[in-house]
Design a binder for this molecule. Sequence first.
Ligand code: ZN
Length: 302
Amino acid sequence: MIKSILRWGSWPFLMVTCLMLFGVGMALDLPIIFFNLAYVYLALCLFFLERFMPHERAWLGSDGQLAQDLLHTLSSKGLVQGLLMFGGVIGLSNWLVPAAEASRGIWPHEWPIAAQVILGVVAGEFMLYWAHRLGHRWPPMWAFHAIHHSVKRLWIVNTGRFHFIDSLISIVMALGLLIWLGAPMEVVKWLSAVTAFIGLLTHCNVDMKFGPISWLFNTPELHRWHHSKDLREGDKNYGENVMLWDWVFRSYFNEDRRPPVDIGIKQPMPVPFRHQLLYPFRRNYYHSLKFKRMDKDPNVFY
Ligand SMILES: [Zn+2]
């Protein structure tokens, strides 16, 4: 009974409470503090839910990539998003706001802020969608994105496992469009908070049910298909927050069966963090090496 409530209720409850907390922070003009509060609250709830009702018990074991996941998170989310979206917003607004004003964009500033945020999420998603789709379809960009997909299990800690250049490309594309359209910084902050909350939820290893929520939003059930080795399932569901553009560009995928437990990529990926950072630039070299690789590591990978 309690698990059934948690299965259906966790995603909407956690999402709504995080948005409310962030909304309080925005109202009090303390967005960074309240964003971090909400993020820690969400991570803690999901950490306990992953142990109480995991989607895949096999994914609870160590994959030997904890340090790498955290270092990628620090370098991509911490450095890039932190500086660009929050920590540096005050400094960046010195040039972002004039740039937005100078763009004389068509942004509807007179709309209620909630409607502007929805517009910002949908418009920003257009760029996030295409950055992500290119990341799968264009080999030089796949070399960066492959680091995210090299994981053999999904859980909250590999949410931030992105090569920082991969993150930077998506952020610059989405933010660039919003600035060009003339969106206010308030909308940019909301978009970055929504992306962070949905991203953490999307990667969690919790046994949740979604129904129509998955028609609109990116959920763990959709994202588990996206991590499939079978490209008929993996080259789908590119949306980061909302699924609109997957419907429009015909890449939406969800079937009424269990997604594969054996996820990952076909190429070898080096184990050490520093080599993963270098991998996109020297992948032929890494593919030829015989040293410790994720596909040869007896500990877990491949
Ligand atoms: Zn992907």
